[in-house]
Ligand binder design. Structure first.
Ligand SMILES: NC(=O)c1ccc[n+]([C@@H]2O[C@H](COP(=O)([O-])OP(=O)(O)OC[C@H]3O[C@@H](n4cnc5c(N)ncnc54)[C@H](OP(=O)(O)O)[C@@H]3O)[C@@H](O)[C@H]2O)c1
Length: 387
C-alpha cells in the first residue's frame, strides 16, 4: 500500500474507520471485524480512525491494535460522546482525552480531532487544551471534523491544525469544494471519509434495499427520494467506467477520491475482509485524466438536476400535509434540514438549533403527537422561506 508523508506522519493512502462499530450500519460480527483489522495491517494499512462517540469502537480498536501500536497511526475524536450538542471546553477535552487514551490502551493519540462544532466555546479555549495535550505528549497532532469552512479557517489562523476530515465521494462533493482549497492553501492533510458513500457506490445497495431498525441509512437523506436516485445513477456510471478497466464501481469511487488534490488519505469503513480487500483494490490503479474528466462532467450534469429536484421536494414537504407515520414525517423533516445545510440555503448556525430540536424527538416518535412535528414543520418552513 502506498503511503504519503505529511508534516511528520506517514499515512497509508487508504485508512480504515470504525464508525460501523457504533451500529449505524447494522450489527457487525466482531470476530470477522478482528480478522478485517488484521488483514488491513497485512495489506499495509497503517491509519485507523475512531471516535469516543462510536460506541465501544475505541476499546475494540485499542485491543486489536495494541500489539502493533508503534507501527500504526490512530486518530480519534472528541466533543459529542453522550450529548448531541458538542462540548469542546478546556475541561471536557482534558477529561475526554484521558478516557480515550485508556480505551485505546495507548500513551498517545496520533491525531486528535474536534468532532463537531461547539459554538458556545471560544476556539482559543479549545486550541489551548489541544496545545497543552501536544506539549504533554498525549497527542501528536490535532485535526478538525464536521466544521463549516469559516470555523476551519478560524482554527487554522489561531492554532497548529494538522488535518481536516471531510465527507468526500462522487455522491458528496460539497464539503470537498469548500474545504479542499483551505486544506491546500494551508498545507494541511485532507482526510476523506465515507468514500464508498456508506456503501452506496459498491453496487450492493439497490432501490429495493431495506435497512434494519437503528441503521442510520433509514433516515440518511442520501438514501431518500431524488438523492437516492442520483446516487444509484452515479454508481452505475462508475461501474461502467470500472468495467473498461477491470475495476469494481467502489474501486473507481475510491480511486476518484484519491485523485482529488489535497487528499492524503481516504477512510473507508468495511467490517468484513472481503469488503476491505475490494476497497484496497481502489488504490492499486489510478484513473486517467480523461476518465476523471468524464466522471466530473457526469456529476456536474446530475448535480444540477439534483439541486432543482431537491428544492421542489423541500418545498412540497414544508407546504403539504406531513405523512401520517411519525417516523416518515421525521425522515422528511431531516431531509429538509440536511438539504438546507448541504446546499447552504442558510448559514449552519441558524439551522443547527432546529436540527437539535428535531433530533431530540428521534427516540420518542411513537409517543409524540403529530402537532409537535407540525410545529417544527412550520418553524423550518418559516426559516427556509422556500416560496
Ligand atoms: N460517516 C461519518 O459521519 C464520519 C465522520 C467522520 C469520520 N468518519 C470516519 O470515516 C470512516 C469511513 O466512513 P464510513 O464508515 O461512512 O465509510 P464507508 O465505507 O463509506 O461506509 C461504510 C459502509 O459501507 C459498506 N461498505 C464499505 N465497503 C464495502 C464494499 N466493498 N462492499 C459492500 N459494502 C461496503 C460497509 O459495509 P460492511 O460493514 O458490510 O463492510 C458499511 O456499511 C468511518 O468509519 C469513521 O471512522 C466518518
Amino acid at each position: 500500500m502506498e503511503c504519503r508523508e505529511h508534516n511528520g506522519l506517514r499515512l497509508s493512502r487508504i485508512g480504515v474507520g470504525t464508525y460501523s462499530l457504533s451500529g449505524v450500519y447494522g450489527s457487525k460480527d466482531l470476530e470477522e471485524y478482528g480478522r478485517m483489522i488484521k488483514r488491513a495491517c497485512e495489506l499495509g494499512v497503517n491509519f485507523f480512525d475512531t471516535a469516543d462517540a462510536y460506541g465501544e469502537a475505541e476499546e475494540v480498536l485499542g485491543r486489536l491494535l495494541q500489539p502493533l501500536r508503534g507501527k500504526v497511526i490512530i486518530s480519534t475524536k472528541v466533543g459529542v460522546k453522550h450529548q448531541t450538542k458538542a462540548n469542546l471546553s478546556y475541561e471536557y477535552i482534558k477529561t475526554a482525552c484521558e478516557s480515550s487514551l485508556r480505551n485505546l490502551r495507548t500513551e498517545y493519540i496520533d491525531i486528535y480531532n474536534v468532532h463537531f462544532d461547539d459554538s458556545a466555546t471560544p476556539v482559543e479555549e479549545t486550541i489551548g487544551a489541544l496545545e497543552e495535550l501536544v506539549k504533554a505528549g498525549k497527542i501528536r497532532k490535532y485535526g478538525l471534523g464536521h466544521l463549516p469552512a469559516a470555523k476551519v479557517e478560524e482554527y487554522i489562523n489561531k492554532g497548529n491544525v494538522y488535518s481536516v476530515l471531510m465527507e468526500l465521494s462522487a455522491v458528496a462533493r460539497k464539503a470537498g469544494r469548500e474545504l479542499l482549497p483551505l486544506v491546500k492553501r494551508n498545507n494541511l492533510a485532507g482526510i476523506a471519509f465515507s468514500v464508498t458513500g456508506r456503501g452506496l457506490l459498491t453496487g450492493k445497495i439497490t432501490k429495493n434495499s431495506r435497512f434494519a431498525a437503528g441503521d442510520l441509512r433509514r433516515i440518511d437523506p442520501q438514501f431518500q427520494k431524488e438523492k437516492f436516485t442520483f446516487s444509484l445513477e452515479v454508481q452505475q456510471k462508475l461501474a461502467e467506467i470500472g468495467k473498461r478497466r477491470g475495476m469494481s464501481s467502489v474501486q473507481v469511487a475510491i480511486a476518484w477520491v484519491l485523485a482529488q488534490d489535497g487528499i492524503v488519505t481516504a477512510l473507508t469503513g468495511p467490517s468484513t475482509v472481503a469488503h476491505l480487500e475490494e476497497n484496497i483494490g481502489g488504490c492499486r490503479q489510478s484513473l486517467s485524466p480523461a476518465e476523471l474528466a468524464e466522471i466530473d462532467r457526469f456529476l456536474e450534469e446530475k448535480e444540477e438536476w439534483l439541486a432543482a429536484a431537491e428544492k421542489r421536494t423541500v418545498r412540497q414537504i414544508l407546504s403539504g400535509a406531513l405523512p401520517a407515520d411519525n417516523h416518515q414525517a421525521f425522515v422528511d423533516l431531516v431531509y429538509c434540514l440536511e438539504t438546507a445545510l448541504i446546499n447552504r440555503y442558510l448559514p449552519e448556525a441558524e439551522i443547527m438549533p432546529v436540527f437539535h430540536r428535531l433530533f431530540g424527538l428521534r427516540t420518542k416518535l411513537d409517543q409524540i403527537q403529530k402537532g409537535e412535528l407540525r410545529e417544527l414543520q412550520k418553524t423550518i418552513g418559516a426559516m427556509l422561506q422556500m416560496d
